[in-house]
Design a protein around this ligand. Structure first.
Ligand code: ATP
Length: 230
C-alpha cells in the first residue's frame, strides 16, 4: 500500500508565494499567497482555467522564474538564495522538463536530442552514449535511436522528450500539458511512463493538465482559480 501523501515529507514547499507581472505601468497579480507542500516522490496534477496561473506556478517551483514575494524551497534549498548562475546549474542537475509540443530539435536524431542536456556535464562521450541508451530504453524507444522527430509519431516524440528530461537523473520532473497534443492511446502511454518514473525511480512529478483522464493518474489533484489554490 502506498503512503498517504500527507505523511510524505515535503520535497517542494511554497510559503506565501505571490507573483505579479508588470505590463508597462500596470501591475498584474497572477498568483496570490500560495502555500503548498508537495511530497517527495509524489505525482501531482494541477488543473484550472486558462490564465489561472498554472504555468506561472510551474515556473516558480522549477526555478525558471522567481516569486515577487514568498519562499520557494525544493529539496530543502531556498531557491531565492541562489544566484542566477547557481539556479541555472541547480535546474540542470535536478529538474527535467516536458512540454506540450515536445520541443525537440528536428535536425537531430532521437539520441542526439536526448544527449543535449549531457553536453553541459563533465561526462565522457562513452558515458553520455550509455546514459542516452539507458534513457531511451526506459521510454521504450531503443529502436528509434537514429530517427529524427519528423519521422516519429507525436507519442514517440513525447517519449523522446521524456528521455531527454530524465537523462540527467533529475529528482523533479515538470510537465506542462504533456498529453495536450496526443491521441488517447499515446497519451495513456505517456501517463504509464510517468507513473513508472515516480513509482520505480521515486521521481517527484508535477504536471499541469486540462485533461481529467491525465489528472486521474496523479496521486494528488489540485485546482488553481484566479491565482489561488482551491
Ligand atoms: N511573462 C509574462 N508577462 C506578463 N503577463 C504574463 C506573463 N506570463 C503570464 N502572464 C499572465 O499571467 C496570467 C497567468 O498565466 P499562466 O500562463 O500562468 O496561466 P495558465 O493557467 O498556465 O494558462 P493556460 O492554461 O492558458 O496555459 C495570464 O493572464 C497571462 O497573460
Amino acid at each position: 500500500m502506498s503512503t498517504p501523501p500527507e505523511h510524505i515529507p515535503a520535497f517542494i514547499r511554497l510559503r506565501g508565494v505571490s507573483k505579479a507581472y508588470h505590463r508597462g505601468d500596470l501591475v498584474v497579480p497572477v498568483l496570490e499567497e500560495v502555500n503548498l507542500d508537495i511530497g517527495q516522490g509524489t505525482f501531482e496534477a494541477f488543473m484550472g482555467p486558462s490564465g489561472s496561473g498554472k504555468s506561472t506556478l510551474l515556473n516558480l517551483l522549477s526555478g525558471l522564474d522567481r516569486p515577487t514575494t514568498g519562499v520557494v524551497e525544493v529539496g530543502g534549498r531556498d531557491l531565492a538564495r541562489l544566484s542566477d548562475q547557481q539556479l541555472s546549474d541547480w535546474r540542470a542537475g535536478h529538474v527535467g522538463f516536458v512540454f506540450q509540443l515536445y520541443n525537440l530539435l528536428p535536425v537531430l536524431t532521437a539520441a542526439e536530442n536526448v544527449e543535449l542536456p549531457l553536453l553541459l556535464t563533465p561526462l565522457s562521450r562513452t558515458e553520455r552514449r550509455d546514459h542516452v541508451a539507458a534513457a531511451l530504453e526506459v521510454v521504450g524507444l531503443k529502436h528509434r535511436v537514429n530517427h529524427r522527430p519528423p519521422q516519429m509519431s507525436g507519442g514517440e516524440q513525447q517519449r523522446v522528450a521524456i528521455a531527454r528530461a530524465i537523462v540527467t537523473d533529475p529528482d523533479l520532473l515538470i510537465a506542462d500539458e504533456p498529453t495536450g497534443d496526443l491521441d488517447r492511446k499515446s497519451a495513456e502511454q505517456v501517463l504509464d511512463l510517468f507513473e513508472e518514473l515516480h513509482r520505480a525511480l521515486n521521481k517527484t512529478l508535477v504536471m499541469v493538465t486540462h485533461d481529467p483522464h491525465a489528472a486521474e493518474r496523479a496521486d494528488v489533484v489540485r485546482h488553481l482559480e484566479k491565482g489561488a489554490l482551491r
